[in-house]
Design a protein around this ligand. Structure first.
Ligand code: TYD
Length: 219
């Protein structure tokens, strides 16, 4: 068994999850950990090419799901599993929960098919049989507020230009996933200020044992 740690960040577009990646990486590095920072769709040359297609090209939900999982397979095999085997911290901006939230709930695609693809791509590993993040930070924010934060920020991609109703379904998809796998999920109230959100992130990492408290820290 290695001490590799697989951490994912999830949430609807505009929830602000990515803005905490630098600080998270610094936190682990300060404790002597090697951090592999990556994202989905993407994280390998092939998966980044697929990302461009997924985010820009119109396609039916099955095609989209197949491409997302094809990208994930390459990412898992080439980056995530080797990093975990080395004992690194894998800090991944989105993973399979996003597929259940966006393709499953958002696009109303069959979650049984998604579960089958998840099994194919992440199956056959470890005691649980399925490669899953150890901890998932779910940045929960009302879709209306997320839309305001996104407005005018940059040119929206295929998903970001979806109506608020789409993001209501995506948010509900994340909530359902969090209930189904409660021990893995930490809900972060992303409506708070950036500093307050960061405090929640740090507290959650300590509480979940992902981040050892600094030795000699004042109590
Ligand atoms: P995102 O992670 O928000 O990156 P950026 O901050 O650069 O925009 O964008 C990825 C988009 O892809 C996001 O809208 C969610 C979508 N997505 C899916 O639809 N399914 C998936 O399985 C994943 C991983 C992402």
């Amino acid at each position: 068994m290695s001490d590799g740690l697989f951490l994912t960040l999830e949430g609807i577009d505009g929830a602000g999850k990515s803005s905490h990646l630098d600080a998270m990486e610094a936190l682990f590095k300060a404790r002597g950990r090697t951090v592999v920072r990556t994202r989905e769709p993407g994280g390998t040359p092939l998966a980044e090419i697929l990302r461009g297609l997924i985010l820009e090209q119109p396609m039916d939900p099955l095609t989209e799901s197949l491409l997302v999982f094809a990208a994930r397979r390459d990412h898992v095999v080439r980056v995530i599993e080797p990093a975990l085997a080395r004992g690194d911290v894998v800090l991944c901006d989105r993973f399979t929960d996003a597929t259940f939230a966006y393709q499953g709930a958002g696009r109303d695609f069959d979650t049984q098919v998604l579960s089958t693809l998840e099994q194919w791509v992440q199956g056959g590993r470890g005691a649980a049989g399925l490669l899953q993040p150890h901890v998932t930070l779910w940045f929960d924010l009302a879709p209306e507020i997320a839309a305001q934060r996104l407005a005018g920020a940059r040119l929206p991609d295929k998903f970001e230009s979806q109506p608020v109703e789409f993001f209501r379904r995506v948010a509900a998809g994340y909530a359902a996933r969090a209930v189904a796998d409660a021990p893995r999920f930490v809900r972060i109230d992303a409506s708070q200020t950036r500093d307050q959100v960061w405090q929640q992130v740090e507290t959650a990492l300590v509480a979940r044992g992902a981040l050892a408290p600094e030795s000699g820290a004042a109590r």
